[in-house]
Design a protein. Structure first.
Length: 201
């Protein structure tokens, strides 16, 4: 009697389509293996993507540094600090036809005191191939002159009292803009710039 009941139960089990224990194990093993392969592929793809973008990450960050990238650099004519070189005003249009780096800074700005010595050194090597223009923001002439002398800044400096904040969409300083010979902004860095990034341009 027990034997018949067991046989009947086996038939019912088979009739409902339930898998046998051996087949279930094989199915589970295949499922786990597929998941492992899928996870491995995702990790590999992420690794490749990171490696491909690593060499150009600095340049990409500068390109996305400002909505002005791809547009004409807003022109201005601001007074030159201490009337250096006999010129009273300067602006981007005075450097047309040459690559130009515009750096917004102030003597009271901490990061500006860190990056300016490096910018001054690289500018001395790059001029006249690349032009540099410093814009001293919301500062006093005396403090600006001491700042320029302390870090041996050799490129021209103009002074501004906030008139360029909206034109250049400044959210703070320092800010650095890279302008092509045709006057278009091709890169920007909001915040302290690194030597590596500056050398890219």
């Amino acid at each position: 009697m027990r034997t018949r009941t067991s046989t009947a139960a086996t038939h019912v089990l088979e009739g409902t389509g339930q898998a046998r224990p051996g087949r279930s194990r094989v199915f589970m093993f295949g499922l786990v293996l597929a998941l492992v392969i899928a996870v491995g592929y995702v990790v590999y793809a992420i690794d490749i993507a990171r490696g491909a973008s690593g060499s150009s990450s600095s340049r990409a960050s500068t390109l996305s540094g400002s909505p002005l990238v791809g547009r004409q650099a807003p022109n201005f004519a601001l007074p030159v600090l201490a009337n250096a070189g006999g010129q009273r005003v300067l602006g981007p249009s005075d450097f047309a036809g040459r690559p130009l780096v515009i750096n917004f800074f102030a003597s009271w700005c901490g990061p500006c005191n860190v990056e300016t010595p490096m910018i001054a050194r690289l500018a001395a090597q790059a001029i006249p191939t690349v032009s540099f223009l410093g814009v001293d923001e919301n500062d006093t002439p005396a403090n600006a002159l001491r700042f320029v002398a302390r870090y041996h800044v050799g490129y021209p400096i103009v002074t501004d009292q906030g008139s360029l904040q909206s034109k250049y969409l400044l959210v703070g300083i320092p800010d650095t803009f890279f302008v092509a010979p045709n006057g278009k902004v091709i890169g920007a860095v909001q915040g302290q710039i690194s030597k590596q990034t500056l050398e890219l341009w």
